[in-house]
Design a binder for this molecule. Sequence first.
Ligand SMILES: *Cc1c(COP(=O)(O)O)cnc(C)c1O
Length: 419
Amino acid sequence: MSKTPFVTRDQLEQICKDYPTPFHIYDEAGIRQTARNVYKAFSWNPGFREYFAVKATPTPRILKILKEEGCGVDCSSLTELMMSDRCGFSGKEIMFSSNDTPAEEFVLADKLGATINLDDFTHIDFLEKTIGHIPETISCRFNPGGVFQLGESKEGFQVMDNPGDSKYGFTREQIFEGFKLLKAKGAKHFGIHSFLASNTISNDYYPALAAQLFELAVELKRETGADIRFINLSGGVGVPYRPEQPENDIFAIGEGVRKKYEEILVPAGMGDVAIYTEMGRYMLAPHGHLVTRAIHAKHTYKEYIGVDACAANLMRPAMYGAYHHITVMGKENAPCDHKYDVVGALCENNDKFAIDRMLPEIENGDLLVIHDTGAHGFSMGYNYNGRLRSAELLLREDGSVEMMRRAETPEDYFATLVW
Ligand SMILES: *Cc1c(COP(=O)(O)O)cnc(C)c1O
């Protein structure tokens, strides 16, 4: 699949007159379309809800668009809870899935009426001591341990991750004991949550996860008598960052989960269980671009293009060696006959958006679109080297542009200092 920006060079040059580069820009039409597809794919399940993972794109304007499309929010911290509250989310529209949770966060989650998803067995007592009771509806995060893999082929596994090495969730034994204890303490309705693999490109991930959780739910109900109301498949549905990767088909994914539901839950008399998701990346990543301008070309042992964005604006390449596709605007059809490292200004040699990337010849002043930055992009930003975080813009459905977050100024950077 070729990657085409959702804005043209002329549009961007026009936008740059009001908003200097670098900036993140998001596509409202694309965001709404993806949300609608997700709801359509799971429309067979009357209780279905997508709780958007706020950490992926903690921007109020985006959260409100998703709210209009019927989404709730999945929060992991105090400020995400506060932001969601201010955006108008309340009660069961908020899922609180955190770990290593400070007491004040449970207090606020409870006050907002959020559904609390416990990460650990010991949090049962901690929560009860902190808020003075156990909520009527409660969820527990499950970690089956071991290795999770799917779709073995000559090229290796389609999906592979290591739950046994991850810090999250209850063990199998603990979740049985946990449900019994929670029930004894007054919980009436239960949910199960699990996150086994990140950024999966496979229509089989959710169905395979669902099958595990549905079987667990049947056993939990039988052994503990718990009234299980929802199963939360959390995040992990990925996007093709590389143009040659296939795309997930959300309709095939929804249908795959439906089949497992009919096979496992319905015969067990559990055909009223709601399916929840907490996708971040799938919902937003393709609908954001980081827009930056080439400001230097350096010729030493390699060819470098210096741009005005850096890892402080998009950390994934530096942190994980992640690939993000780059389009040189206005040169979409030019041959990719130059090999570049595309770099930012941080005093860290990993501040490279691309290494040995074949691109059209880049001149100073060219605009570059870095693709798939709509999730875990701006939000992972930081201030190393005193670099400031950029603005976030929204490309509206009518083609107009709206600022959702202004760029930081030096005064913002100095605001917490005691001189
Ligand atoms: C990060 C996270 C998500 C979102 O993950 P994506 O890969 O962006 O879909 C959902 N739930 C929890 C608990 C998370 O930590």
